[in-house]
Design a protein around this ligand. Sequence first.
Ligand SMILES: [Zn+2]
Ligand SMILES: [Zn+2]
Length: 62
Amino acid sequence: MTETTFQCPTCRRLELFEQPVCPDGHGADCPDWMCVVCGTALFVDPAFVLGPDVEIVTAHVA
Ligand SMILES: [Zn+2]
Ligand SMILES: [Zn+2]
């Protein structure tokens, strides 16, 4: 399981994010990340993954 840290907009702090198994065939380029603490999903464009521009998609995964 791939893990990294992002500034979580829900936790309002740097949290560990996991990349769930992708059903869409994105592979290593999958833009979907999920906060392990609150479940907030982030959509991170791989082209901007090293920059500050992270599109926030508010979603709760039960
Ligand atoms: Zn969070
Ligand atoms: Zn994917």
